[in-house]
Design a protein around this ligand. Sequence first.
Ligand SMILES: Nc1ncnc2c1ncn2[C@@H]1O[C@H](COP(=O)(O)OP(=O)(O)OP(=O)(O)O)[C@@H](O)[C@H]1O
Length: 264
Amino acid sequence: MEEPLLRVQDVGKFFPPRERNAQPFWIIRGLTFTVAEGEFVTMIGPSGAGKSTLLNLIAQVDTPSEGEIAFRGRTISSPRSTVLRPGFDRQIGYVTQEDNLLPWRTTLDNVLFPLELRGGADAQGRARAGELMAAVGLAGFERHYPHELSGGMRKRCALIRTLLYDPPIILMDEPFGALDAQTRAQLQEDLLRLWSMRRKTIIFVTHDIAEAIVLGDRTLILSRPPTRIAGAHSIALPRPRDVHAAARQEGFAALHDAIREQVR
Ligand SMILES: Nc1ncnc2c1ncn2[C@@H]1O[C@H](COP(=O)(O)OP(=O)(O)OP(=O)(O)O)[C@@H](O)[C@H]1O
């Protein structure tokens, strides 16, 4: 059998107890799933289910207490692994809840920052940055500073910065959570358009069932802690998808109900 791009195998994570003699708190336990190359997986679960903790393990910002995570068949995260500096792994891109833009750098220089660290911010890198910024309506804002942008524009910058860096897999932790409904729908559209251009592998964590359906090829439902996979659904809606019309498409309502039932 062909090795999946990412394999999360029997992963568990506990945090040590604050009180002496108390039991450790297992936030995740016995968590197993795989992600195929080019797949857009959405992940949904109750608040506090350890979704951010899981992404940190995959991003190698933290290490699991048991089990392992393999990328293209090679173990990247296990209890014996060392922790990496966040976001600077070449293989795994990470768009966190905060946009982490550097306030003293212009929009363009923020977007180019990871390439600079890799020595790749040459003319070609800059041209590609310009193309991506234009694709999400940021043309003309290259010389602005983050505080001069709206929340949605800042999110677009954070997204472009990760896409430009071009990792084979991108983790996204509720990237659009703090935005108003209209801006959020626009960003979903932007993301789908960008994804259709390059078909990167994505794991996208969200609280929003409709968002999980409209974006994903497959959605994984997480249980309450100790968290494992409580359910999985393939999302057969045709692509390209219209973010505004998806809810009226055949199959959407039934899937939404089934997922809501399981998330409860
Ligand atoms: N370093 C830590 N030490 C102790 N407990 C922690 C640590 N990190 C996270 N936790 C606990 O683990 C739980 C899950 O945290 P996490 O942020 O991964 O959940 P989440 O599913 O992303 O939550 P939300 O949906 O609310 O963002 C929280 O209850 C938190 O208190």
